[in-house]
Design a binder for this molecule. Structure first.
Ligand code: SAM
Length: 294
């Protein structure tokens, strides 16, 4: 595979781009990785082997895809930009176990893709340098669809990685932290400076690994209700939990709500950002039992 790992260098990336007359589209989050050490870190964090499959979202010109092809038994890469498809076909032609799918990942039937491409794989990981304008919808789609995947290793904006991994009590902790941590254990693999990409984005980035949990860490009888309560608690971050939840249960039941919060061991004047997953679970179950929400 000599030379196969060389796409992620400024020279080779520029050569490929020049040869195909490619121009970057900022609107598609096109910042291509040109740092081999960062690619190594992403691939190491994914811990692939020949029994495993890898789904890449947004392969660009195939720098990461090529590395995944060398590690995984099957690779599927979903790319929205049709101008990149011929480049990918050329770059990835030595790898018959890689399939490039042209489309928007958010409109792709992922369950079907799993059945068609990964049936022979023991496990599947999602590994990607994500387009930043759709990071949260992509990660939430992957988690909420309950796809059989073991981990997600993705490059995201540093600030988004910090929000995903945040613990209660700080400004970074919010609905994204809770949603991610309900399904996964997050850990930040490395922080990546903007110089690792062409063109350089105007934000720092980070690689985050989300290891899928076997089961959520808290018992909730209705996930939709649980996340409704979480969202309500963060509607206005400066407001107390009591005031934010009053909008959910109805202002006329505010007194009852205060009593229920106290009875659940949660001071009504606390803010949503101080509650742990367990406290949110306790609260959503208590609200339902008391008939304050459906
Ligand atoms: N993987 C390449 C790399 O690391 O150099 C490119 C990463 S670049 C940050 C993001 C890629 O996602 C681009 O190739 C872009 O065209 C693609 N993309 C943007 N939106 C997409 C979407 N909704 N579905 C699939 N691919 C998308």
């Amino acid at each position: 595979m000599a030379g196969a790992m060389d796409i992620a260098t400024p020279t080779r990336t520029k050569d490929i781009i020049r040869k195909h007359g490619f121009t970057f589209k900022k609107s598609l989050g096109q910042n291509f990785l040109i740092d081999k050490n960062i690619l190594d870190k992403i691939v190491d964090a994914a811990a692939l082997n020949k029994d495993k499959g890898a789904l890449e979202i947004g392969p660009g010109i195939g720098a990461l895809t090529e590395r995944l092809a060398q590690e995984a038994g099957k690779v599927a890469a979903v790319e929205i930009d049709n101008r990149l498809i011929p480049i990918l076909e050329e770059v990835l032609s030595p790898y018959p176990h890689v399939s490039v799918v042209h489309g928007d990942v958010l409109k792709t039937d992922l369950a079907k893709l799993w059945a068609e491409r990964f049936a022979s794989c023991s496990q599947v990981s999602v590994v990607a340098n994500l387009p930043y304008y759709v990071t949260t919808p992509i990660v939430m789609t992957l988690l909420e669809q309950k796809l059989p995947l073991d981990r997600i290793v993705v490059m995201v904006q540093k600030e988004v990685a910090e929000r995903m991994a945040a613990k209660p009590g700080g400004k970074d902790y919010g609905t994204l932290s809770i949603a991610v941590q309900y399904y996964c254990v997050p850990d930040i693999v490395c922080v990546v400076p903007s110089g690792a990409f062409i063109p350089a984005p105007n934000v720092d980035s980070a690689v985050i690994r989300l290891t899928k949990r076997e089961a959520p860490p808290v018992d909730v009888s209705d996930e939709t209700r649980f996340f409704r309560v979480v969202h309500a608690a963060f509607t206005q971050r400066r407001k107390t939990l009591h005031n934010n939840l009053a909008a959910l249960v109805g202002k006329d039941r505010k007194g009852e709500l205060a009593g229920l919060l106290e009875a659940s061991g949660i001071k009504p004047e606390r803010r949503g950002e101080t509650l742990s997953l367990q406290e949110f679970a306790t609260l959503s179950e208590a609200l339902a039992s008391a008939g304050l929400i459906e």
